[in-house]
Design a protein around this ligand. Structure first.
Ligand code: URA
Length: 298
């Protein structure tokens, strides 16, 4: 079936539809070896050879959406020059190539979504949606309220303040405290660097929620396929993330940050303007990827 080229490029996970239009206008897309620069152009991926920068477009036959509990010690890139284990090594029995939606550090564990539906992934990662990601962080020693306040209000990373976060104490132990930090940005090693900025030493970092999707009972290294309702819920988040409201326009507006101390007791509420937009993440970058070349892991 014939489809618009920008849709096919986006479906292949190369880039968003809008960025695909730029690729077309810039003469980087060809159909059957003929460069196409008109935006309305269509092609049939089953019979036409579509290339971006000379490399053939690969469109998956079956859409897969996977939730993995990533263990520590796995890379979210598609290969690693140092030969470290890859998250895709854990996906026994998955015939199709799938890509992580965003990234987790080698030493971060928890919820990771993988898919071969590039358009869906690009949508999820689009800054407009401001999908909230929640992390549980075990830190050395005791956390002070002033540190929670700073994390929630935003701290400076690389000369730019982080957007307001939802921060609460989860557990307090002899040696360590556990915090929950929910952010909607996706800056490089953001949670670790936020903690560093307030002199907290991270011992363990686990992502427990991505929008409405929670990690649930999966053990490290286990995965499951997402149900259609989960896929749809992530595609069309109707629930605003914590700390946000939906304006009548449908835009999400961040209006408060909350600091919970003493195991969930609401300590303080403040009003803020809209937060900083998140950065695009690794798996389906805006720029065309070089097939076979991994996206860089920080
Ligand atoms: N923040 C981090 O610091 N690391 C991750 O892996 C994810 C969020």
């Amino acid at each position: 079936m014939q489809e618009r080229l920008q849709k096919l490029i986006s479906q292949a996970g190369i880039t968003s539809r809008r960025a695909a239009e730029e690729l077309i206008l810039n003469g980087r897309v060809a159909v059957n070896d003929r460069v196409v620069t008109e935006l309305g152009s269509k092609a049939d991926p089953s019979s036409d050879r579509i290339t971006v920068d000379g490399r053939p477009l690969v469109i998956a036959s079956q859409k897969l959406y996977i939730l993995l509990n990533k263990p520590v010690g796995y890379m979210t890139t598609l290969d690693d020059p140092e030969g470290r284990p890859l998250v895709t090594d854990l996906l026994q029995g998955i015939g199709e190539r799938v890509y992580p939606v965003g990234r987790l550090d080698y030493n971060t564990e928890g919820l990771l979504i993988l898919t071969n539906d590039g358009e869906w992934a690009n949508r999820l990662m689009h800054p407009r949606h401001e999908i909230e990601k929640e992390y549980h962080v075990r830190v050395r020693g005791k956390v002070h309220k002033s540190q929670l306040d700073q994390l929630a209000a935003g701290v400076e990373i690389d000369g730019r303040k982080t957007a307001p976060a939802v921060v609460r104490m989860v557990k307090s132990g002899e040696q360590n405290d556990w915090l929950s930090i929910a952010i909607h940005e996706g800056r490089n090693r953001q949670v670790r660097r936020m903690c560093e900025a307030v002199s907290l030493s991270v011992v363990r970092l686990k992502r427990v929620r991505y929008g409405a999707l929670s990690l649930g009972p999966l053990k490290p290294g286990e995965f499951r396929h997402l149900g259609q309702a989960e896929v749809d819920a992530l595609r069309n988040p109707t629930q605003p993330a914590a700390g946000t409201t939906k304006e009548p326009s449908g835009n999400v507006k961040r209006h408060e940050h909350r600091v919970r101390t003493g195991h969930g007791k609401l300590a303080e509420e403040k009003n803020y303007g809209p937060g900083t937009k998140p950065a695009r993440t690794a798996a389906f970058p805006k720029k065309a990827r070089t097939p076979g070349k991994p996206n860089k892991q920080p």
